[in-house]
Design a protein around this ligand. Structure first.
Ligand code: MN
Length: 746
């Protein structure tokens, strides 16, 4: 038999293998049409041209796609390379086939360019083609795969060009679509032309040691299979050396030799159901030593491209690490064929039902999903991913607007003009009124309803929009139009945040610190700051955090200064032993004497001093004293609610007196801290550990669970001074799940 006819027959058999109801006459007709259209044309290899469409159809058949796809693969070059027309194909094979062929032709005509902009434009076109009918891109990828397989006959220039385009565009798309096997082959064949030396190096080294590799693979495979048999688990176990390009990437990005590549080998255990996956994982970890931090559960959290599997890396007796992937047969099909697995011909399913809304939805979700979290799978060219983060929508006039994924009608309105956004009162998508928060999908036709009397954007819009453009324009509006309101709302959220971060307004507005803080935040007045927070220009959370850090810094600087002065006064004492060692009241006529408590009280000698239980001050805290009835002077922190001027009872005003710290002789000051944390096992233990590492004396430690899974932990520690206390607070703040550490008051 004629070798070409033989090859056609093999294709037909392959398709019949998975699609017994195949219309054989229609397939043969497509083959004859292509054969006569390409007759007389030769490939660079000298073979008749028809070999190429046949080979592409074979690859498409390996993906087990429907008959229209196979036929379109056979015809994919007839419009481009012969005189055949869309109408002719449509009449003979139906409009769906004609559309597929035309789609592939358009992609073929696309000129590869190294210019970033044009590349993006090409990717956009591909995306639009994909959104219309994903089979177009599947066929195109198969076409490219066969061209790469036969690239040796092309000129060096063409080889490089095609290889680059494949590496930058087609392999990432194959990855995006989850077609692992094809992606690997595209990458490996491209590498061969992009870095022939590097490619050969790896290929040679791998083949030189191939018998050692084979032996290792066989040993481990046998061991795993043996254990599975013992456990009565039905499964398939495969082992392989990872593909060349993934090794290449690791060698070059991590600057390693082949010997240093961590996991050269990958094993796969394919089982029947999900619970068995986890059971097998247990067996594998029982048989080999798992490598810490290498276990990944993509079953409960699939990758954006739909990939599901358990991954673990283990080390066997040989000391060689290898990866084991455990998944069900269904997950395996998705992993190998990706999106194509969903397009597989299914018996009893009419071909027309392919390409229904549901399938589009799947594509959309896939393309809209964001970052691929696994750095191992990181594709160096993320162009496709960038572009998966976009949606393409239309104005009623048919203009295309590209918006970030998740964009709403608000983004759309502002992408037209800020006046359109500011006057928007509603929106229609595909003719139907939708809420402002409606997520736009590619292909949607969006119409903005505006009114001259509209009140302008609402503050909530800032949360509903996805594009920076819309956000900036909305902020602009608030900045200009709503100053009064901005100041009020900004002030409210600023004060709420202060409270949240354990600060008081008084601490900020202190005339000694406020000018510095404002200067740091580049605002002239507090109102300007409030205004900016109000229109969303700056975040209240960040501003308060910055202020808090600055306050801590100032406190520390003041404390340092104080201790430096103390050193100085100690020296003074040598000369004037009678003078008081108090820095604040040293000049005062009535010098108070040193007290055992480390506190000097203005105007009172040798009085009894105790520390208030509500706020437990430590040296370095700003403090104030209260003359109690019969128990001497009680010392509060100045910011203690009980000591705040506005909370003092008028009749007791005369009892509040100035006090200050001097060197005391007490070994430590007891003070209370309160930790807020998300409750978890071992939390209290971690707190105790942290306290012991900072070597602070703990007087009490108690935890209580709060509703909603939170916990409050109270500790009383003894510290020398505020600096030591800040160190403790700092250490405690670093404990996992602790979100706030504050000093207890009240
Ligand atoms: Mn072709």
């Amino acid at each position: 038999m004629d070798p070409i006819l033989e090859r056609y027959q093999a294709l037909e058999d392959k398709v019949k293998g998975y699609n017994p109801t195949l219309d054989v006459r229609r397939l043969f007709d497509a083959f004859s049409f292509a054969d006569s259209a390409h007759s007389g044309q030769l490939r660079k290899s000298g073979e008749p041209y028809i070999i190429h469409p046949l080979a592409v159809a074979e690859i498409v058949a390996e993906l087990e796609l429907d008959t229209d796809s196979i036929i379109a693969a056979l015809l994919h070059d007839v419009i481009e390379d012969t005189g055949a027309t869309h109408e002719e194909i449509s009449k003979r094979f139906g409009e769906p086939v004609a559309l597929l062929v035309e789609g592939v032709t358009k992609l073929t005509k696309m000129q590869y360019t190294s210019k970033e902009e044009e590349q993006m434009e090409n990717l956009r076109k591909m995306f639009m083609a994909m959104a219309k009918d994903i089979r177009v891109i599947l066929i195109k990828i198969c076409d490219r795969l066969h061209n790469m397989r036969t690239m040796e006959y092309q000129s060096a220039k063409k080889q490089r060009e095609k290889a680059l385009e494949t590496m930058e565009i087609y392999a990432p798309i194959a990855h995006r679509l989850g077609m692992q096997r094809i992606k690997w082959e595209l990458e490996d064949t491209s590498l061969k032309y992009l870095d022939p030396v590097g490619y050969r190096e790896i290929a040679d080294e791998l083949s030189a040691r191939s018998s050692a590799h084979e032996e290792f693979l066989a040993t481990i495979q046998k061991r795993i299979q043996g254990r599975m048999n013992e456990e009565n688990i039905r499964c398939h176990v495969y082992g392989r050396v990872k593909h060349t390009y993934s090794i290449y990437r690791k060698m070059y990005t991590q600057n390693k030799t082949l010997d240093e590549i961590f996991d050269l080998y990958a094993f796969r255990v394919i089982v029947t159901d999900v619970p068995t996956c986890y059971y097998v994982l247990g067996c594998i970890h029982d048989m080999f030593n798992p490598v810490l931090g290498r276990f990944k559960d993509y079953i409960s959290t699939p990758k954006p491209n739909g990939y599901q599997s358990l991954h673990t890396t283990v080390i066997g007796r040989e000391g060689i690490p290898f990866e084991v992937q455990i998944r069900t047969q269904e997950m395996h099909n998705t992993a190998e064929y990706g999106i194509a697995a969903h397009w597989k011909y299914k018996q009893g399913m009419a071909n027309q039902s392919l390409g229904t809304e549901e399938a589009f939805e799947w594509v959309r979700k896939l393309l809209e999903s964001q970052q691929d979290a696994d750095p191992d799978e990181f594709v160096s060219t993320l162009k496709v991913d960038m572009f998966a983060d976009e949606v393409f929508v239309f104005t009623p006039q048919g203009d295309v607007k590209s918006l970030p994924a998740g964009a709403t009608p608000i983004d759309f309105a502002y992408s037209i003009h800020s006046a359109v956004g500011n006057r928007m009162t509603g929106a229609k998508v595909n003719g139907r009124i939708v809420p402002f928060e409606a997520e736009l999908k590619s292909g949607d036709i969006v119409e903005v309803i505006t009114s001259k009397t509209a009140h302008g954007p609402s503050r909530d819009w800032l949360k509903l929009c996805k594009s920076n453009e819309a956000r900036n324009k909305i902020r602009q509006w608030f900045k200009k139009e709503r100053r009064e309101e901005n100041i009020a709302t900004g002030r409210a959220s600023f004060e709420a945040e202060l409270k949240h971060q354990g600060l008081t307004l008084a601490q900020i507005t202190d005339e000694n610190v406020l000018p510095g803080l404002l200067k740091k935040s580049r605002f002239g007045t507090l109102d300007e700051l409030y205004n900016a927070i109000g229109y969303g220009g700056v975040s209240a959370v960040k501003t308060v955090a910055r202020f808090r850090d600055e306050l801590i810094r100032l406190d520390k600087a003041a404390a340092d200064r104080l201790s430096a002065e103390k050193l100085a006064t100690t020296a003074d004492e040598l000369i004037m032993p009678a003078s008081a060692a108090n820095t604040v009241s040293a000049q005062k006529p009535h010098a108070p004497r040193r007290s055992q408590s480390g506190i000097v009280v203005e105007g009172l000698d040798n009085c009894l001093v105790k520390f208030a239980k509500c706020c437990t001050p430590v040296p370095g805290d700003p403090v104030v004293g209260f003359i109690t009835r019969g128990f001497g002077v009680s010392v509060h922190r100045s910011d203690c609610p009980n000591a705040l001027v506005e909370n003092r009872k008028p009749e007791e005003a005369g009892r509040w007196i100035k006090v200050d710290w001097v060197d005391g002789d007490l070994p430590g000051y007891s003070t209370a801290l309160e930790l807020s944390a998300k409750d978890r096992d071992g939390l209290t233990l971690d707190v105790a550990m942290a306290l012991s590492t900072v070597k602070v004396k703990v007087n009490s430690l108690s935890a209580r669970a709060m509703p909603d899974g939170y916990a409050i932990i109270s500790v009383v520690v003894e510290v020398r001074d505020r600096d030591e206390l800040l160190g403790v607070v700092n250490k405690l703040s670093q404990i996992q799940s602790v979100y706030q550490v504050k000093r207890s008051v009240g």
